[in-house]
Structures are given as C-alpha cells and as structure tokens.
Design a protein around this ligand. Structure first.
Ligand code: BG6
Length: 457
C-alpha cells in the first residue's frame, strides 16, 4: 500500500490506526508493506515513530498493541504526491500490484491521479480516493474522467466509511431477509423517514478541512445520502457490487433536484455559538482557530428530499447533521402512518410505529402499541430492541479490507458520486445565495429551530 499524504491528519487519525487494528486481528496479508509518501524530509525511522504515535493516540487497545508491528512494515519515500518520479520511487520495480491510497487534501487529487496515469500502476492495482470527491457535479465528473485514465472503474474505491458500519449494513439484512419489513416500506405505510447524525463533538481542531466543507458537504452529501439510498432503493437481485450499486444509483436518480422554494421552507443551515458543549466549553464557531467567519460555514445542516417514484412519492426524507449539540443522536428512523381505524376509545392516542436503525450505538428498535398491563383497553407503547455488540473491526477497517480483497461493493461508484452532487449542488447554490439565511444555536443545545416535518401527501 502506498499512502500519499502519509504525514497528514487523515492518515494519522483514521488510516494508520485502522491498519494497526486489522493487523492486530490477523486480517492483513502477512506480506503487506506500507510505503508512506509525503513532502517532509523524513527517514524510515522517523516515519515509523510517527506511525507508532498516530496509532498510540488514535487506535483502540488492540491496535496500540500492534503499533510496533505496523511500524516495522512501513517505510518512507519523500516526494510530492503529484510528482511521477516520487510515485516511481515508491513503487520500486518489483511490478507487484499496489493499493494507491490518496489520503490527500482534495486540491492534490487531480495531480496525484495524473501522475499515477503517467507512471502506470502495475496490473491488478487499486486506488482509494478519500472524500470530499469533488466540490460539485462538474468537478466530480472531471475527477471521474481523470481516474479512468489511471485505472478501470472496478479498481477505484471512493471511500465512505459509513458503508462499513454494522447498522448501515443491517439495513440490507432487515429489509431483504425478512418477509415482514420490505412489504411495508412504501408510501402506503410510511409517513416520513429521518436520517439523523447529531454529534456532541465540536470542531476538534479540523478548521483547515471543515471550514471549507461544512455539515452539508461533510456529512449529508456522502454519509447520510448513502444511508438514505440503502433504506429506499429497490431490492437488488444479489448483493454483489454491480447489482447493489446499480440499485443505489437508480434511487439517487429518482431523488428530485431541490428547488429554491422548497429549500427556503425545508432546509436549515446554522452554526454554533459559544456554549457549554458536552465535551467542554467551546467558543463561537466563528472564533475557532483557523475559521474564516466570512465564509459562513454551517455546522448544522438539515435538508428534506423527495423521491419521485411509485414506492416513495410524497414521503419526505429528512437528513440532518450537526456538531456541538447537546444530545448524541445518530440513527435512521422510519415513521409509519397511524392505523387507518382505531377500535379503542377516543381517549386512546397510540403513537404511530417507528422503526429505528441506531448507528451509534448499534441498535435496531421498533416501537409497537400493546395493551397495558392493568386495563386491557388501555394502550401502551413497547419497544422491541436488539443491541448489537461493538464491531470487532472499525467501519474504516472494514472498507479497507474490501479494498485489499478487490471488492468494490462498499465503495462509491463514479456515477453515484455524480448523482449525489446533482442533488446537493443546488442546495449549495441556494445556501450561497442566502436561502435560507444562516442561523445560530448555542453549543450544547438541541440545535436551531427546525421546520415541522412535512407530512407528505
Ligand atoms: C467523518 C466526518 O467523515 O465522519 C466527521 O468528516 C464526522 O466530521 C465523522 O465526525 C463521523 O463518523 P465516525 O464514524 O468517525 O463517528
């Protein structure tokens, strides 16, 4: 594996700890070598020390115990990611296939891919591209065209670690391995779907990246749209790469392009102000180190999307994500319609059923109404819950394993990335034009006021 940007934040926080975690669990090929490439003039020993530190700070206990072993499999090559000679040097001349991992800031993606195309990667090689994949539809198209000059589509892994999360995968199991779920996931029975990723963490010193991204690009354009896609797509004939990703693209293609009027009503953008956040007091987002307040970056985004299809016509899908909120809430909820007729007394008001995919912690739950214990004509809500033990392998590690195995099922295909931008770009344009206006919420609060969920039909 050749890691371009090996000295960067992403490699230190996510990639190196994930590799150490996989190594600890015996999941990496025994002969895997990791060649770090970056601009700093380091020798192998200094880079190995960096690897040990990164794993020590960001890895779990097993990963930390394997930090030395991972470091021993690492070497370093100084060079610029866009320099073909640097890549030649890192490749060596044994002709073995590599995984070229672009752990780079997006501005360097194009030069790095161009260099890879120029050098020519050995047969059987793969490339991993981190998010954000482009800044809009046009740039995603350009990046896709450039990638195709380096490798075939099957060998390109656009990373979205949410696809490696256990409960995200449980969406597939629950929908497509049970007789009782799939038949009711449609407009006849579902009132609305909410995909929620509320974090208590604030900026975590990531202004350099986050202030250019914001919650919409950071979470909704990729992770939350992916969850929505898995929840709403038609059943694929198999879960193999092509069948699954074809169905996902079909769904994305049927999401209506948001217009300004609906965005004015059905989207919210906001940023936090100083407050006693759960992880400790934070300043105004605008006053965080490295933030340019004039950019108006949102730390909270909410967006309602509509799927134009027989199955979902009139059912709102609301995606929301925010930082520095008072309550950690990370789940996808299917809210069902009320029963068509209630035989119980007028004083009984049962809540419609809700099916919840808890993403952190991993939990599945269904609220149902049952007879109360005392009076059989009194209704009470009961929760059917299943908790899943923590995944042994991190979501990130899970996707890396598939990359090493050459399986692109859990990676984003080029056309999926473009469709996601087709949906999100008009939102960015409207928000850039002040529709709706940027609002604020105190850190540690429940977030800005949001519109009442649309009722659909
Ligand atoms: C990342 C985002 O992709 O996902 C972060 O950049 C976010 O802002 C993170 O906090 C959440 O995912 P996880 O699985 O790391 O909690």
């Amino acid at each position: 594996m050749i890691v371009l940007g090996a000295g960067g934040d992403l490699a230190a926080r996510l990639l190196l700890p994930a590799l150490a975690g996989l190594l600890a669990r015996g999941r990496l090929p025994a002969d895997l070598q990791v060649v770090g490439v970056d601009r700093a003039a380091l020798d192998d020993a200094t880079f190995r020390a960096h690897v040990r530190t990164a794993v020590g700070v960001c890895g779990d206990a097993e990963a930390r115990a394997s930090a030395d072993r991972l470091a021993a499999a690492c070497s370093y090559h100084q060079g610029d990611a866009g320099d073909p000679d640097a890549l030649r040097g890192a490749l060596g001349d044994d002709g073995e296939p590599v995984v070229l991992y672009l752990a780079l800031p997006p501005v360097v993606f194009a030069p790095a891919i161009t260099a890879a195309a120029q050098v020519g990667l050995p047969e059987g090689s793969r490339m991993v591209v981190e998010k954000p994949f482009g800044t809009g539809l046009e740039s995603a198209r350009e990046l896709n065209a450039l990638l195709r000059t380096a490798l075939p589509e099957e060998a390109i892994h656009r990373m979205d670690h949410f696809l490696g999360k256990q409960t995200v995968q449980n969406v597939l199991g629950l929908r497509f391995a049970n007789r009782v779920v799939e038949p009711i996931l449609n407009r006849e029975h579902v009132a609305r779907v909410d995909v929620i990723w509320d974090e208590t963490l604030a900026l975590e010193g990531r202004a350099g990246y986050y202030d250019h991204a914001g919650a919409l690009r950071d979470m909704i354009q990729n992770h939350l749209l992916q969850i929505m896609t898995l929840m709403a797509m038609e059943p694929p004939p198999t879960l193999h790469e092509r069948d699954l990703r074809d169905r996902k693209v079909d769904l994305l293609r049927s999401v209506r392009t948001p217009d300004r009027d609906s965005l004015a009503r059905e989207s919210v953008r906001a940023r936090y102000t100083a407050g006693p956040a759960v992880e400790g007091p934070v300043p105004d987002y605008a006053a965080e180190e490295g933030v340019d307040p004039a950019r108006g970056t949102e730390t909270f985004a909410l967006l309602t999307l509509w799927v134009d299809s027989w199955r979902w016509s009139g059912v709102p899908f609301t995606l929301r994500s925010g930082k520095a909120l008072g309550t950690l809430r990370q789940q996808a909820e299917v809210h069902f319609r009320p029963v068509p007729h209630l035989a119980f007394g007028q004083d009984q008001h049962p809540q419609p059923n809700v099916l919840t995919f808890g993403l952190a912690p991993d939990r599945l739950s269904l609220s149902v109404n049952v007879n109360g214990p005392g009076d059989p004509f009194t209704l009470e809500e009961a929760l059917l819950e299943a908790d899943f033990p923590d995944q042994d392998i991190s979501a990130y590690g899970r996707v890396i394993l598939d990359v090493l195995a050459g399986d692109a099922t859990l990676s984003i295909r080029g056309d999926e990335a473009e469709e996601a931008w087709r949906i999100i770009e008009p939102v960015l344009d409207a928000w850039g034009a002040g529709v709706p206006a940027l609002t604020e919420y105190p850190a540690g609060s429940e977030g800005p006021p949001v519109p009442t969920p649309p009722t659909g039909r």
